[in-house]
Design a protein around this ligand. Sequence first.
Ligand code: NAD
Ligand code: UDP
Length: 320
Amino acid sequence: MKKKILITGAAGFLGSHLCDRFIKEGYHVIAMDNLITGNIKNIEHLFPLENFEFHNHDVTKFVHVAGDLDYILHFASPASPIDYLKIPIQTLKVGSLGTHNLLGLAKQKDARILIASTSEVYGDPLVHPQTEDYYGNVNTIGPRGVYDEAKRFQESITMAYNRFHGLETRIVRIFNTYGPRMRLNDGRVIPAFIGQALRGEDLTVFGDGSQTRSFCFVDDQVEGIYRLLLSDYVEPVNIGNPHEITISDFAQEIIKLTGTDQKVIYKDLPVNDPQQRQPDISLAKEILDWEPKVDRADGMQKTYEYFKSLSKEDLEKSEH
Ligand code: NAD
Ligand code: UDP
């Protein structure tokens, strides 16, 4: 019998790559999404397959799946700052009510559940690089709080189900991940810069560009998540690429990559934008024997090729 896995947020960037991976591993994949920030095109190629099904459903409403279920990956949630600032209540609901529904389903089916948490639980971190035992520095009432606190609640309720009901749970803290199928207009820095370069616009660096991020290619991220799901480790694990860069240096890398003759312009830094972010991945190395393999130059080349292949119409839709 094929193992059955439910993937929420399946039409999104990470969810669609996870669908591909679990199909490749021989699973029956039940993909669920309400398409609020996702794109059905990301998973359309899987529709003809017998071991793939798609359910258009909002996971903040009661979630029902017929028959047995072995695993659940809960990835539904807006993930980009402009998305969760636009739909703050839905963001809080999918992290809280949605997670509660999926934990209830996991309990009913006796399935193992992995939830997608984030480096944002560390907020604007005072510890660098961030280790899993750092409690974070989040402004609960700031505009980003809707995402950060939803994810912190998600971790708490997941651990409560593990401790109180003995549910098999896993928690991945995902650091900035990029690659093909990111939405060009989702406002995150990589689609924003590449979109600007392709449209012949100046690149918008927020603040003075001294803030840092560490970018992980999607194939590495998926491998880490896959290993964590099949591991015995219950507490949160950072998965990300520790190679850190300032946003202004990154803008220069994009200028080189795309060959654009545009320049960098500076805009206001969003409220509570973290100043630095770099995962400490010692735990993932130790328990999953995992570390990222794709360097930024290769990953960015693949990502650039993807964005170049999009239609002119997709390219024109910009958030800036
Ligand atoms: P995405 O926006 O591309 O995908 C999210 C998907 O969830 C979308 O397809 C959206 O339609 C769906 N969704 C949202 N609310 C829903 C609801 N109520 N019911 C059903 N579906 C719903 O974002 P992504 O980058 O693929 O992120 C996926 C997950 O990974 C999120 O939980 C996010 O918080 C987490 N994460 C991502 C990153 C990253 O760098 N990409 C970093 C940290 C955490
Ligand atoms: N950023 C930027 N210009 C843009 C979009 C983002 O300078 O057009 C900055 C943003 O302020 C942040 C970094 O790039 O410091 C990463 O932003 P992103 O939205 O990709 O992810 P997050 O802030 O959630 O890590």
